[in-house]
Design a protein around this ligand. Structure first.
Ligand code: ADP
Ligand code: ADP
Length: 230
């Protein structure tokens, strides 16, 4: 069975209907690209799947359990243990060094300080930003900060990584490097990825693509069948 199954999601902000019956599923280890015009509901869908936003109606099941009705506290706990989240602008904690930012999810999960710092260093090294370990986010380039954010999203070995335009603020070469790193790391660790993007080059990294239009999933095609068959 899929790792995540969302059915008939509806979500309105005042009169704006961001989602109008969107359904989507995600397999374990699958890399899913979510595309569609600005305002089509991509971020809202991702936020519903990740338990950040509660839909007005419809359901979200994760690993066989309904999560849309869980309390805020239990959804926060679930995000901490099972999900990694990566935004367009890393949202690193500005007062903390790169190392402390990456170690934080491990500390919150109960790791000891020394072990957390060792593991955080390993991930910084893996993503080519070990040299920035002691810098604060404001002292790094955008690409470096996004690599640190990526390390923070992956350090706990999440079952699912949710990435909302993770390369949107980067130049195309840096963006491609960050994307390659994300996809390789996810494949190595078996994490599934839900990836919002405007960029066709980015969605080419995905196993499957869903296209949103006006809050509804318009197409849900296996990437290979859609693009590589004749
Ligand atoms: P996308 O990610 O595809 O750009 P969003 O999910 O961000 O789409 O937004 C869908 C629609 O819902 C847009 O019209 C947006 O302005 C609106 N919207 C999203 N979040 C909010 C919010 N917190 N408050 C009010 N309107 C929102
Ligand atoms: P995206 O690049 O994903 O389309 P947006 O710039 O539309 O992102 O939205 C960024 C954040 O602002 C999101 O958390 C979204 O929920 C919120 N948001 C979007 N539109 C509105 C709105 N009209 N009013 C309030 N919040 C909004």
């Amino acid at each position: 069975p899929p790792l995540i199954t969302a059915r008939g999601l509806e979500k309105a902000y005042g009169r704006t209907e961001a989602l109008r019956g969107a359904s989507v599923s995600l397999g374990a280890g699958e890399i899913l690209a979510v595309t569609g015009a600005s305002g089509s509901g991509k971020s809202t869908l991702l936020h519903c799947l990740a338990g950040i936003v509660t839909p007005d109606s419809g359901s979200v099941e994760y690993a066989g359990t309904r999560i849309d009705g869980l309390s805020e506290a239990r959804r926060t706990e679930l995000r901490r243990t099972d999900f990694g989240i990566l935004f367009q602008f890393g949202q690193l904690i500005p007062e903390l060094s790169a190392l402390d930012n990456v170690a934080l999810p491990l500390l919150l999960a109960g790791a000891r300080r020394t072990a957390a710092h060792e593991q955080a260093s390993d991930w910084l090294g893996k993503f080519g930003v070990y040299g920035q370990a002691r810098l604060r986010p404001g002292e790094m380039s955008g690409g470096q900060a996004q690599r640190v954010s990526l390390a923070r999203a992956l350090v706990t070995g999440p079952k699912v990584v949710f990435a909302d335009e993770p390369t949107g603020a980067l130049d195309s070469l840096t963006g491609e490097q960050v994307m390659t790193t994300l996809v390789q790391s996810a494949r190595e660790s078996g994490s599934a990825v839900v990836l919002i993007t405007h960029d066709a080059q980015v969605s080419a990294y995905a196993d499957r693509e869903v296209v949103l239009r006006d809050g509804v999933v318009r197409a849900d095609e296996p990437w290979a069948a859609e693009h590589f068959s004749t």
